[in-house]
Design a protein around this ligand. Structure first.
Ligand code: 5GP
Length: 126
């Protein structure tokens, strides 16, 4: 069971469908633990999403339920993707929205990678 207030994992979510190749995505990396592809609505010159191959609703769910191999493999993939995209030297930002207050839209854990220009302050406070 997921550990958050989010509903149980829905295998019909859009990222599960991308993983099954039921809908297209601009894939930049795939390995045993992760799939990375360009965001459909980029918020920076480079905006890539990295998702684990396992069925995890959120970051909290992933941290609690995934195996150590999955966790290590996933985070290594995040860094490898950023490096392969040429972002390691200039720098980049990773972000994961978790749950309602963060506005998580897709209930399959994912990390955003942003880069390609100076990204400014981390967050806007009202
Ligand atoms: P969240 O708000 O859940 O952290 O981010 C979900 C992200 O998924 C958004 O940035 C959104 O643009 C992206 N997204 C939603 N649907 C699709 C899709 O069908 N394909 C791709 N490549 N990205 C998507």
């Amino acid at each position: 069971m997921p550990v958050t207030g989010l509903p149980p994992y829905d295998p019909a979510n859009i990222f599960a469908r991308i993983l099954r190749r039921e809908i297209p995505a601009k894939v930049v990396h795939e390995d045993d633990f992760a799939l990375a592809f360009h965001d459909i609505n980029p918020q920076a010159p480079v905006h890539v999403l990295v998702i684990p191959k396992g069925a995890y609703v959120s970051q909290a769910d992933f941290a609690a339920q995934a195996s150590e191999a999955e966790i290590v493999g996933f985070w290594r993939a995040v860094a490898a993707v950023a490096k392969a995209l040429g972002l390691e030297a200039p720098g980049y930002r990773t972000l994961s929205n978790m749950g309602l207050d963060a506005g998580q839209e897709v209930p399959h854990f994912h990390v955003h990678i942003f880069g390609g220009k100076p990204l400014g302050r981390m967050i806007a406070v009202d």
